[in-house]
Design a protein around this ligand. Structure first.
Ligand code: SF4
Length: 376
């Protein structure tokens, strides 16, 4: 199965923490839709297997009108072999999910909504410069459910400055009361070039203490597990059979084609393509009939590091047999030696079936553990 990622690089406003490629001037939006379709035509040969997932990500894909979404989906279905049970996800901002909008998109083949709620507390939303209120999140959920869009994923952000366990508990309680089939929760990251990072550097805000972050993470994990969610990837929780199939295919090295500026593609073996992260250069390349990407062939070491990175982030862990199959018995032996100190420290566990997994304590330190296992 192949995944199709469609990037929509437009946002109505800029959130204070975000460094994704997008712009707030939507004057080029309709030209962009046509360019996306031309890119599909240009790159149709890159997809031969059935497309099992389509993901509209951004940016803010819910800035597209239902007609524009329909146009893109019609062309995708015409050009690519779409599996009959394909998962088709639209990332959406809660304030775009009005009654009228949800009614119209429910008539399209979109069958999953990933909603950027981020918090159920209005002060947090103001601080993050989100353009919606907590009330709009509840309304958006109701609108989606009313028209049968029940396969919902909701994103939360935690680890905000001044956030206390009681305030974070408000968010956990709220998400549990909504009980969406899928929840993604990310720790706030101070990315270069964002207004939050500037506030941090000038001393206007302070990062939350690491032990408090750990407490937030444990609260979330414990209460969602208790509520019947599987913690199947470091930042992702799902009800049974409601994992994100699109994101899971990234973690399982499945091929995917990414369309739009800054989108990445992978052939499932060793070739990555990165589209130019600039809307005007992207539009110019497409107008000339040129592929808008640079290509990179991953070395064996880079593929090994990626395998560790993606597999260890999942609850299923890293099968040592996979390392042996892909990189040989010697590399599998070296991998076992490298993980041994972490197993002794209780940060990784080696299961009887030969899988290596992060322990509960290890999950929170995953980035540093995994980077220490990398081959440089
Ligand atoms: S977080 Fe989402 S809505 Fe906000 S600026 Fe980034 S891409 Fe746009």
């Amino acid at each position: 199965m192949t995944g199709l990622y469609i990037h929509i690089p437009f946002c109505a406003t800029r959130c204070s923490y975000c460094d994704f490629y997008s712009q707030t001037d939507s004057a080029l939006l309709s030209d962009y839709v046509e360019a996306l379709i031309r890119e599909m035509h240009l790159r149709r040969g890159e997809i031969t297997d059935p497309v099992g997932t389509i993901y509209f990500g951004g940016g803010t894909p819910s800035l597209l009108s239902p007609r524009e979404l329909e146009h893109i989906l019609d062309e995708a279905c015409r050009l690519f072999p779409l599996s009959s049970d394909a998962e088709i996800t639209l990332e959406a901002n809660p304030d775009d999910l009005t009654q009228a909008y949800t009614q119209e998109i429910a008539a399209l083949p979109i069958n999953r909504i990933s909603m950027g709620a981020q918090s159920f507390r209005d002060e947090d939303l103001l601080f993050l410069n989100r353009r919606h209120s907590s009330r709009q999140v509840y309304e958006a959920v109701d609108h989606c459910r009313h028209v049968g869009l029940t396969n919902l994923s909701i994103d939360l952000i935690y680890g905000l400055p001044e956030q206390t366990p009681a305030r974070w508990q408000d968010n956990i309680t709220a998400i549990c009361s909504i009980a969406p089939p899928h929840i993604s929760a990310y720790h706030l990251i101070y990315e270069e070039g964002t207004s939050l990072t500037r506030m941090l550097r000038t001393g206007k805000i302070r990062e939350v203490e690491e032990d408090v972050s750990l407490e937030f993470f444990c609260m979330l994990r414990e209460q969602l597990t208790e509520a019947g969610y599987e913690h199947y990837e470091i930042s992702n929780f799902a009800r049974p059979n409601r994992h994100s199939r699109h994101n899971s295919s990234y973690w399982n090295d499945a091929p995917f084609l990414g369309l739009g500026p800054s989108a990445h593609s992978f052939d499932g073996k060793c070739t990555r393509r990165a589209n130019v992260a600039d809307l005007r250069r992207y539009l110019a390349a497409i107008a000339e009939g040129e592929a808008p990407y640079s290509k990179e062939i991953l070395s064996a070491n880079e593929r090994y590091n990626e395998t560790l990175m993606t597999r260890l982030r999942t609850a299923q862990g890293l099968p040592i047999s996979l390392i042996e199959e892909r990189f040989g018995a010697k590399r599998a032996e070296e991998c076992l030696q490298a993980v041994a100190p972490f197993v002794r420290n209780g940060l990784l566990v080696k299961q009887e079936d030969g899988r290596i997994r992060l322990t509960e304590r290890g999950i929170f330190l995953s980035d540093s553990i995994i980077s220490e296992l990398f081959i440089v």
